[in-house]
Design a protein around this ligand. Sequence first.
Ligand SMILES: NC(=O)c1ccc[n+]([C@@H]2O[C@H](COP(=O)([O-])OP(=O)(O)OC[C@H]3O[C@@H](n4cnc5c(N)ncnc54)[C@H](OP(=O)(O)O)[C@@H]3O)[C@@H](O)[C@H]2O)c1
Length: 255
Amino acid sequence: MTDQTDSIVLVAGGAGEVGAGIARAFLETGATVIVPSRSSDHLDDLHGHLESSGVATDQLTPLVGNIGQIDGAKQLRDTILEQFGYVDTVVASLGGPQPIDRLIDVPLEIWDQVIDNFMTAQFVAARTFLPILAERVDSTYTLVNGLSGPTGTIAAPAASLMAVASAGEHMLMHALAKDATEYGASVRINELVPLTPLITRSKTDTDPEWLPAEAFGSVAVALATDSDHHGETIGVYSRTDVRRWEEGSGEWTPV
Ligand SMILES: NC(=O)c1ccc[n+]([C@@H]2O[C@H](COP(=O)([O-])OP(=O)(O)OC[C@H]3O[C@@H](n4cnc5c(N)ncnc54)[C@H](OP(=O)(O)O)[C@@H]3O)[C@@H](O)[C@H]2O)c1
């Protein structure tokens, strides 16, 4: 695993199912890993989970705060800069499951919540932390998304609202990457998508063929140190089977 001992990494959503695996993968490289959460209980659960998995937590910095709101994100940014001075890598694994029945019956409040959790929180995190990353030479920003966004498919009717948000998040990644290129920011912005179900800490009924969240996280680590990718969607079957989504042909090609 790449040595990241001098890196300061922010895992937004790092107390969540997928985010915990990403935080773990970065901790295993020796990086300093900052995880914000709106809930101190979520952060305590993350800490307990990492310790019980045998992962050293001395480089973990949990911070209570809301990265999905303008003021909360600014407060987190100021605290992080005061404590560490810089950030090299942001991985944003925001969102969360919201199964629904028929889309047109969804109350507006649930619609707003899903758009807020997936797209607005991603946008607020990006607009707050991209200017900080732009001050570093080799910085990266990775959005974690579901498969629906890039491929334009809906896995099941219950996932249709999440698919709408996922498509918006996919275009957000492209828009942010285009902006960075247009305005001369050297930060590399990509999207990372699991191509197989993930084994996360709360899933009890899993299949050995599925991918552990920390293995998915290890690809986020690789992406943070690889200067070849910008404005791309990277899909992960396994640590060694990593693909790139080709928008034109609609295929996943090996990276
Ligand atoms: N779980 C899977 O198997 C799976 C598979 C494919 C793709 N994904 C994708 O992975 C991403 C994360 O999913 P997940 O299953 O890990 O979800 P999760 O367990 O609910 O975690 C999501 C995290 O996002 C944060 N968050 C959500 N809404 C927010 C908001 N409005 N403001 C600030 N923070 C917010 C939460 O932080 P707090 O701690 O503050 O609540 C939480 O830690 C999603 O894009 C999802 O589509 C997941």
